[in-house]
Write a protein that binds this ligand. Structure first.
Ligand SMILES: [Zn+2]
Length: 116
């Protein structure tokens, strides 16, 4: 069996740029956000105008967040640790600042996917 090269998606966050086109069409582009004004945006996908275009664009833009949230939740469920259902964000004085829990990260990803 040969070696497997793991392919990873373009780093996130992914955001939606809306372009109003001639004739009332609205195209949506999912792109990386440039980390600063110099960094170019990298195109991910385009969604043609249509009744589900906004929802589809929201779902595509949230894909990396949803993947990360699913991985965190699976990791939590697979762990030996006792699983605390619901929010368990910490606002500790460990010097690392507040930590968002995977439940809240998942809820944020779902909200982004739903355009909220
Ligand atoms: Zn939380």
């Amino acid at each position: 069996m040969g070696t497997t090269m793991e392919k990873t998606h373009t780093p996130c966050p992914w955001a939606i740029t809306i372009a109003d086109r001639f004739g009332g069409r609205t195209d949506r582009y999912i792109e990386t956000r440039g980390s600063n004004s110099v960094t170019a945006k990298e195109p991910i996908a385009s969604v043609a105008d249509g009744p589900s275009a906004e929802a589809n664009a929201n779902l595509i833009a949230a894909a990396p967040d949803l993947l990360a949230a699913c991985k965190s939740l699976v990791e939590l469920m697979d762990s030996e640790d006792e699983v605390v259902v619901g929010c368990h964000c910490t606002n500790t004085d460990t010097g690392f600042g507040p930590m968002r829990c995977c439940w809240c990260i998942a809820k944020d990803a779902i909200a982004k996917a739903e355009g909220k």
